[in-house]
Design a protein around this ligand. Structure first.
Ligand code: PLP
Length: 403
């Protein structure tokens, strides 16, 4: 079975697992900053830990954080767990990103930060976002931090500029589903010396160093990933995941959406093993981007979908972390494709304000687009290691789905 996602791992990452230099994390941070043209990069155990630490380090507490309704729930978790209030903004059906009008309305006198998110790799118009924020700063007479959530997009391009450099800082997730991975892990980048110094100091005093056991667990996790995503074995993994509870500890525990919580190791620093794997991935970044864009181009050219299905927008500068199609009957589409050996994803399969623990933050407001997308999106495999034969098969299978 062709998996819906697969990190691009080869012998370099394998070697990196067993030869992690002591200063691997520091080197990964320096190389990350160099690759993306930013002054500072600070590594964390997860992207969510980076955002949580940013709020704490900057003394942002009891404030409002404007953010998408249609995004990964951990962004809202980081807001709440740092003592803040997420204020949700519905998405636009045109590109899944926050609607600009609703975004502007969501900013109030209590807003201290906003999280423009480049969902599925579609760049928000960062000039427009920044203009809205500057206007609100003037109106309310206070500073509002702009944190770009680049977990999906990495370097998507907005008006000729990388979205990473268009705010006070940028946030990255580096789990195995991301464009580049350090096993788990997250990164916060900034050009602002003061933010970097405060975040670094806060990390020093509040994060535990990763010990040998933590390193070993991460190493074993990645060792298991190599065979698990192999096309021949993946049918078995899929069955274990869908029809048995055996993999729940490894997969579902990562996102428990019925409560606002972080994994127990969220305040342990990035391990040397992860830094070492991240270092092996960075030189591949340009090839990974090119491969994703090339597969997206084939899908745009060769997919012939039923009238009721909605193709993703084709946007210059997008990095296509996911190739997302809206379908009338998602369950039927997923099942029919799986029967023919293609796993389709269903990301993002929830709308954050509609998750039970976010009811108090949702109030009476409606987020119809976010809710609709959470029920009707599928995403096609678009990982860079897909062969031409596999892409042919995905196109053939999807073109034949009559659901
Ligand atoms: C949009 C978005 N933001 C932030 C994150 C946070 O990353 P992590 O899972 O490393 O906490 C993710 C991860 O899935 C994400 O998809």
């Amino acid at each position: 079975m062709i998996p819906r996602l697969k990190p691009w791992l080869s012998k370099e990452e394998f070697a990196a697992l067993f030869h992690a230099p002591r200063d691997a994390v520091g080197r990964f941070e320096a190389e990350f900053a160099r690759t993306f043209g930013v002054k500072h990069a600070l590594a964390f155990s997860y992207g969510r830990s980076a955002l949580w630490a940013f709020f704490q380090a900057m003394g942002i507490e009891h404030e409002e954080i404007a953010q998408p309704a249609y995004t990964c729930s951990v962004v809202a978790h980081a807001s709440v767990l740092s003592g803040n209030t997420p204020v949700f903004v519905d998405c636009s059906l045109a590109d899944y990103n926050m609607d600009y009008g609703l975004f502007e309305q969501a900013i109030t006198a209590r807003t201290r930060a906003v999280i423009p998110t480049h969902v599925f790799g579609y760049p928000m118009d960062t000039a427009r976002v920044n203009a809205i924020v500057r206007k609100a700063e003037k109106r309310f007479g206070q500073r509002i931090y702009v944190i770009q959530d680049c977990a999906h997009s990495f370097e998507a391009d907005s008006n000729g500029t990388s979205v990473i450099r268009e705010g006070d800082g940028a946030l990255f997730g580096l789990g195995i589903s991301k464009q580049i991975t350090s096993i788990f892990g997250g990164m916060f980048t900034t050009d602002d010396d003061e933010i970097a110094a405060r975040l670094r100091a806060w990390r020093e005093s509040h994060f535990q160093a990763a010990d040998w056991l933590h390193n070993l667990k991460r190493l074993l996790y990645l060792l298991a990933v190599y065979p698990a995503f192999n096309e021949t074995l993946y049918g078995l993994v899929y069955w274990l995941q869908e029809d048995t509870p055996l993999l729940n500890r490894l997969t579902k525990a990562y996102h428990l959406d019925e409560k606002i919580h972080f994994p127990p190791d969220f305040a342990i620093g990035m391990s040397a093993v992860e830094g070492s794997v991240g270092l092996a991935q960075l030189p591949k970044y340009a090839r990974i981007q090119a491969a994703r864009r090339a597969i997206a181009a084939r899908y745009f050219n060769e997919l012939r979908l039923p009238d009721a299905w909605v193709m993703p927008p084709q946007v210059p500068g997008a990095t296509y972390s996911h190739f997302v199609i809206r379908v009338p009957d998602r369950r039927a589409a997923l099942r029919a494709a799986a029967r023919q050996g293609v796993q389709l994803g269903q990301l993002i399969e929830y709308s954050v304000p509609h998750l039970p623990p976010y009811a108090p933050y949702k109030g009476e407001r409606e987020f119809p687009n976010s809710l609709y997308c959470s029920e009707h999106t599928i995403n096609l495999p678009i990982h860079p290691g897909l062969s031409e034969r596999q892409v042919d098969k995905i196109i053939r299978v999807v073109n034949q789905l009559k659901v």
